[in-house]
Design a protein around this ligand. Sequence first.
Ligand code: G1P
Length: 288
Amino acid sequence: MKVRKAVILAAGLGTRMLPVTKVVPKEMLPVVDTPAIQLVAQEAAESGIEEIIFVISPGKTSLIDHFAPAPELERALEEREKRELLDLVQSVRNLARINAVEQHQPLGLGHAVLQAKNAVGNEPFVVMLPDDIFDCKPPLLRQLLDVAEENDSPAIALLHVALSDVSKYGIVAANKLSAYRYRITGMVEKPAPQHAPSQLAIMGRYVLSPEIFDLLQHAKPGVGGEIQLTDVLLGLAQRRALYGYEIACPRYDLGDRAGFVLAQVAYALKRPELADSLRPRLRELLSS
Ligand code: G1P
Protein backbone atom coordinates (compact mmCIF):
# COMPACT_ATOMS: atom_id res chain seq x y z
CA MET A 1 0.00 0.00 0.00
CA LYS A 2 1.75 3.18 -1.17
CA VAL A 3 0.02 6.34 0.05
CA ARG A 4 0.63 9.56 -1.89
CA LYS A 5 -2.22 11.86 -0.96
CA ALA A 6 -3.31 13.56 2.26
CA VAL A 7 -6.67 15.20 2.86
CA ILE A 8 -6.40 17.92 5.50
CA LEU A 9 -9.77 18.98 6.87
CA ALA A 10 -9.87 22.72 7.44
CA ALA A 11 -13.51 23.69 6.99
CA GLY A 12 -14.47 24.18 10.67
CA LEU A 13 -15.71 27.44 12.16
CA GLY A 14 -13.18 27.49 14.99
CA THR A 15 -15.74 28.55 17.58
CA ARG A 16 -13.60 27.19 20.44
CA MET A 17 -11.06 29.95 19.69
CA LEU A 18 -13.31 32.98 19.22
CA PRO A 19 -12.88 35.94 18.97
CA VAL A 20 -9.63 35.56 16.97
CA THR A 21 -11.28 33.04 14.61
CA LYS A 22 -13.96 35.56 13.58
CA VAL A 23 -11.58 36.71 10.84
CA VAL A 24 -8.48 34.49 11.05
CA PRO A 25 -9.03 30.80 10.20
CA LYS A 26 -8.11 28.69 13.26
CA GLU A 27 -5.69 26.70 11.11
CA MET A 28 -3.70 29.90 10.46
CA LEU A 29 -3.13 30.54 14.17
CA PRO A 30 0.59 30.19 14.81
CA VAL A 31 2.64 27.93 17.01
CA VAL A 32 5.39 30.47 17.77
CA ASP A 33 5.76 31.75 14.18
CA THR A 34 4.43 28.89 12.07
CA PRO A 35 0.73 28.42 11.20
CA ALA A 36 -0.70 25.18 12.58
CA ILE A 37 -1.70 24.14 9.06
CA GLN A 38 1.94 24.36 7.96
CA LEU A 39 3.06 22.11 10.82
CA VAL A 40 0.51 19.52 9.73
CA ALA A 41 1.50 19.87 6.05
CA GLN A 42 5.16 19.40 7.09
CA GLU A 43 4.20 16.26 9.01
CA ALA A 44 2.59 14.97 5.79
CA ALA A 45 5.54 15.90 3.55
CA GLU A 46 8.10 14.43 6.00
CA SER A 47 6.03 11.22 5.98
CA GLY A 48 6.35 10.87 2.20
CA ILE A 49 3.05 12.45 1.09
CA GLU A 50 3.31 14.07 -2.36
CA GLU A 51 -0.05 15.83 -2.70
CA ILE A 52 -2.14 17.65 -0.11
CA ILE A 53 -5.86 18.25 -0.65
CA PHE A 54 -7.29 20.86 1.69
CA VAL A 55 -11.02 20.74 2.39
CA ILE A 56 -11.91 24.36 3.20
CA SER A 57 -15.09 26.33 3.77
CA PRO A 58 -15.79 29.01 1.14
CA GLY A 59 -13.65 32.10 1.73
CA LYS A 60 -10.83 30.42 3.65
CA THR A 61 -8.42 31.25 0.84
CA SER A 62 -5.65 32.53 3.14
CA LEU A 63 -4.94 28.87 3.88
CA ILE A 64 -4.17 28.18 0.24
CA ASP A 65 -2.33 31.50 -0.22
CA HIS A 66 0.04 30.46 2.54
CA PHE A 67 1.33 27.60 0.34
CA ALA A 68 1.42 29.62 -2.92
CA PRO A 69 4.46 31.46 -4.30
CA ALA A 70 4.84 35.06 -3.04
CA PRO A 71 6.89 36.68 -5.85
CA GLU A 72 7.00 40.21 -4.40
CA LEU A 73 8.00 39.08 -0.92
CA GLU A 74 10.58 36.69 -2.37
CA ARG A 75 12.05 39.47 -4.59
CA ALA A 76 12.24 41.87 -1.64
CA LEU A 77 14.01 39.30 0.53
CA GLU A 78 16.44 38.54 -2.29
CA GLU A 79 17.27 42.23 -2.81
CA ARG A 80 17.91 42.63 0.90
CA GLU A 81 20.04 39.49 0.91
CA LYS A 82 17.87 37.85 3.57
CA ARG A 83 18.84 34.35 2.42
CA GLU A 84 17.57 32.46 5.45
CA LEU A 85 14.16 34.11 5.35
CA LEU A 86 13.94 33.52 1.60
CA ASP A 87 14.67 29.80 2.13
CA LEU A 88 12.01 29.71 4.84
CA VAL A 89 9.38 31.26 2.55
CA GLN A 90 10.30 29.09 -0.42
CA SER A 91 10.32 25.87 1.60
CA VAL A 92 6.63 26.38 2.39
CA ARG A 93 5.60 26.46 -1.24
CA ASN A 94 7.81 23.49 -2.08
CA LEU A 95 6.37 21.16 0.58
CA ALA A 96 3.99 19.21 -1.66
CA ARG A 97 1.54 19.63 -4.55
CA ILE A 98 -1.38 21.62 -3.16
CA ASN A 99 -5.02 21.17 -4.13
CA ALA A 100 -8.21 22.46 -2.49
CA VAL A 101 -11.90 21.58 -2.50
CA GLU A 102 -14.74 23.38 -0.75
CA GLN A 103 -17.27 22.10 1.73
CA HIS A 104 -20.27 24.38 1.29
CA GLN A 105 -22.24 23.29 4.35
CA PRO A 106 -20.90 22.12 7.72
CA LEU A 107 -22.53 18.68 7.58
CA GLY A 108 -19.87 16.80 9.53
CA LEU A 109 -16.41 15.28 9.29
CA GLY A 110 -17.59 12.41 7.07
CA HIS A 111 -19.22 14.86 4.67
CA ALA A 112 -15.99 16.92 4.61
CA VAL A 113 -13.96 13.84 3.61
CA LEU A 114 -16.49 13.01 0.87
CA GLN A 115 -15.81 16.39 -0.78
CA ALA A 116 -12.29 15.11 -1.59
CA LYS A 117 -13.54 12.00 -3.44
CA ASN A 118 -12.68 13.14 -6.98
CA ALA A 119 -9.38 14.70 -5.94
CA VAL A 120 -8.28 11.47 -4.22
CA GLY A 121 -9.54 9.02 -6.85
CA ASN A 122 -9.23 5.28 -6.42
CA GLU A 123 -6.19 5.00 -4.16
CA PRO A 124 -5.44 4.82 -0.43
CA PHE A 125 -5.05 8.19 1.29
CA VAL A 126 -4.70 9.80 4.68
CA VAL A 127 -6.99 12.19 6.53
CA MET A 128 -5.49 14.69 8.96
CA LEU A 129 -7.26 16.99 11.42
CA PRO A 130 -5.11 20.06 12.06
CA ASP A 131 -6.52 20.77 15.55
CA ASP A 132 -3.96 18.40 17.01
CA ILE A 133 -0.21 18.48 16.56
CA PHE A 134 2.11 15.73 17.76
CA ASP A 135 5.77 16.17 18.59
CA CYS A 136 6.96 12.77 17.33
CA LYS A 137 10.14 11.52 15.67
CA PRO A 138 9.63 10.04 13.10
CA PRO A 139 6.45 12.07 12.45
CA LEU A 140 3.25 10.47 13.78
CA LEU A 141 1.83 10.08 10.27
CA ARG A 142 4.95 8.16 9.16
CA GLN A 143 4.60 5.79 12.14
CA LEU A 144 0.92 5.26 11.32
CA LEU A 145 1.67 4.68 7.62
CA ASP A 146 4.19 2.01 8.64
CA VAL A 147 1.44 0.15 10.51
CA ALA A 148 -0.97 0.44 7.54
CA GLU A 149 1.70 -0.67 5.06
CA GLU A 150 2.84 -3.63 7.20
CA ASN A 151 -0.75 -4.91 7.28
CA ASP A 152 -1.90 -3.62 3.89
CA SER A 153 -4.95 -2.25 5.71
CA PRO A 154 -6.41 1.03 6.96
CA ALA A 155 -5.13 2.28 10.34
CA ILE A 156 -6.00 5.08 12.74
CA ALA A 157 -4.10 6.84 15.50
CA LEU A 158 -5.31 6.34 19.09
CA LEU A 159 -4.56 8.16 22.33
CA HIS A 160 -5.32 6.95 25.85
CA VAL A 161 -7.49 9.68 27.45
CA ALA A 162 -8.97 10.24 30.91
CA LEU A 163 -12.39 8.65 31.48
CA SER A 164 -13.82 12.14 32.08
CA ASP A 165 -12.74 13.10 28.53
CA VAL A 166 -14.13 10.18 26.52
CA SER A 167 -17.28 12.13 25.58
CA LYS A 168 -15.14 14.55 23.50
CA TYR A 169 -13.89 11.85 21.12
CA GLY A 170 -14.60 8.81 19.01
CA ILE A 171 -13.74 5.85 21.28
CA VAL A 172 -12.76 2.40 20.02
CA ALA A 173 -13.19 -1.18 21.20
CA ALA A 174 -9.98 -2.99 20.30
CA ASN A 175 -7.85 -6.09 20.84
CA LYS A 176 -4.23 -5.39 21.71
CA LEU A 177 -1.85 -7.14 19.29
CA SER A 178 1.51 -5.92 20.58
CA ALA A 179 2.99 -2.75 22.09
CA TYR A 180 1.03 0.21 20.67
CA ARG A 181 -0.77 -1.93 18.06
CA TYR A 182 -4.45 -2.88 18.11
CA ARG A 183 -7.05 -4.55 15.92
CA ILE A 184 -10.21 -2.44 16.10
CA THR A 185 -13.50 -4.27 16.65
CA GLY A 186 -15.92 -1.41 17.31
CA MET A 187 -16.23 2.33 17.88
CA VAL A 188 -18.65 4.90 19.14
CA GLU A 189 -18.64 8.67 18.66
CA LYS A 190 -18.59 10.78 21.84
CA PRO A 191 -19.96 8.21 24.31
CA ALA A 192 -20.92 8.97 27.91
CA PRO A 193 -18.20 7.58 30.24
CA GLN A 194 -20.42 4.66 31.32
CA HIS A 195 -20.91 3.62 27.67
CA ALA A 196 -17.30 3.99 26.48
CA PRO A 197 -15.87 0.66 25.25
CA SER A 198 -12.34 1.78 26.30
CA GLN A 199 -10.35 4.94 26.96
CA LEU A 200 -8.66 4.83 23.54
CA ALA A 201 -9.68 7.91 21.58
CA ILE A 202 -9.46 8.40 17.81
CA MET A 203 -6.93 11.14 17.26
CA GLY A 204 -7.12 12.95 13.94
CA ARG A 205 -4.75 10.86 11.76
CA TYR A 206 -6.37 8.19 9.56
CA VAL A 207 -4.95 5.98 6.77
CA LEU A 208 -7.95 4.96 4.66
CA SER A 209 -8.80 2.93 1.60
CA PRO A 210 -10.93 4.49 -1.17
CA GLU A 211 -13.92 2.20 -0.44
CA ILE A 212 -14.62 4.64 2.43
CA PHE A 213 -16.14 6.99 -0.19
CA ASP A 214 -18.87 4.47 -1.14
CA LEU A 215 -19.70 4.05 2.54
CA LEU A 216 -19.77 7.83 3.04
CA GLN A 217 -22.11 8.33 0.08
CA HIS A 218 -24.69 6.07 1.72
CA ALA A 219 -24.12 7.22 5.30
CA LYS A 220 -26.98 8.51 7.44
CA PRO A 221 -26.52 11.43 9.85
CA GLY A 222 -25.34 10.32 13.32
CA VAL A 223 -24.50 12.22 16.55
CA GLY A 224 -25.41 15.94 16.20
CA GLY A 225 -27.23 15.30 12.89
CA GLU A 226 -23.83 15.19 11.15
CA ILE A 227 -22.35 12.58 8.82
CA GLN A 228 -19.79 11.11 11.22
CA LEU A 229 -16.54 9.65 9.94
CA THR A 230 -16.55 7.33 12.99
CA ASP A 231 -19.82 5.62 11.95
CA VAL A 232 -18.44 4.98 8.47
CA LEU A 233 -15.13 3.69 9.85
CA LEU A 234 -17.14 1.16 11.82
CA GLY A 235 -18.64 -0.02 8.51
CA LEU A 236 -15.12 -0.27 7.08
CA ALA A 237 -13.91 -2.24 10.14
CA GLN A 238 -16.76 -4.72 9.56
CA ARG A 239 -15.67 -5.29 5.96
CA ARG A 240 -11.93 -5.61 6.46
CA ALA A 241 -9.23 -5.35 9.13
CA LEU A 242 -8.78 -1.91 10.68
CA TYR A 243 -5.73 -1.31 12.85
CA GLY A 244 -5.09 1.13 15.68
CA TYR A 245 -1.76 2.63 16.65
CA GLU A 246 -1.37 4.17 20.08
CA ILE A 247 0.44 7.51 20.18
CA ALA A 248 3.38 7.68 22.59
CA CYS A 249 4.59 11.24 22.03
CA PRO A 250 3.41 14.66 23.24
CA ARG A 251 0.14 15.95 21.81
CA TYR A 252 -1.08 19.54 21.79
CA ASP A 253 -4.76 20.31 21.22
CA LEU A 254 -4.65 23.67 19.45
CA GLY A 255 -8.43 23.96 19.47
CA ASP A 256 -8.36 24.35 23.23
CA ARG A 257 -7.12 27.61 24.79
CA ALA A 258 -4.87 25.91 27.36
CA GLY A 259 -3.53 23.45 24.75
CA PHE A 260 -2.82 26.33 22.40
CA VAL A 261 -0.81 28.26 25.01
CA LEU A 262 1.07 25.12 26.11
CA ALA A 263 2.07 24.45 22.48
CA GLN A 264 3.56 27.97 22.24
CA VAL A 265 5.72 27.37 25.31
CA ALA A 266 6.75 23.82 24.37
CA TYR A 267 7.70 24.68 20.77
CA ALA A 268 9.52 27.88 21.81
CA LEU A 269 11.59 25.91 24.34
CA LYS A 270 12.68 23.57 21.52
CA ARG A 271 14.45 26.53 19.87
CA PRO A 272 17.74 27.43 21.57
CA GLU A 273 17.59 31.09 20.46
CA LEU A 274 14.28 31.48 22.31
CA ALA A 275 14.77 28.98 25.12
CA ASP A 276 17.75 30.82 26.65
CA SER A 277 15.80 34.00 27.29
CA LEU A 278 12.48 32.28 28.03
CA ARG A 279 13.58 29.83 30.71
CA PRO A 280 14.48 32.36 33.44
CA ARG A 281 11.40 34.45 32.68
CA LEU A 282 9.08 31.44 32.81
CA ARG A 283 10.62 30.41 36.15
CA GLU A 284 10.01 33.92 37.44
CA LEU A 285 6.38 33.80 36.32
CA LEU A 286 5.79 30.42 37.92
CA SER A 287 7.26 31.47 41.26
CA SER A 288 5.31 34.76 41.51
C1 G1P B 1 -13.49 14.43 15.62
C2 G1P B 1 -13.93 12.97 15.43
C3 G1P B 1 -13.63 12.16 16.69
C4 G1P B 1 -12.17 12.31 17.06
C5 G1P B 1 -11.78 13.79 17.19
C6 G1P B 1 -10.27 13.93 17.37
O1 G1P B 1 -14.33 15.05 16.57
O2 G1P B 1 -15.30 12.93 15.11
O3 G1P B 1 -13.94 10.81 16.46
O4 G1P B 1 -11.91 11.63 18.28
O5 G1P B 1 -12.14 14.52 16.01
O6 G1P B 1 -9.93 15.24 17.69
P1 G1P B 1 -14.44 16.66 16.66
O7 G1P B 1 -13.21 17.12 17.39
O8 G1P B 1 -14.52 17.17 15.25
O9 G1P B 1 -15.69 16.93 17.44
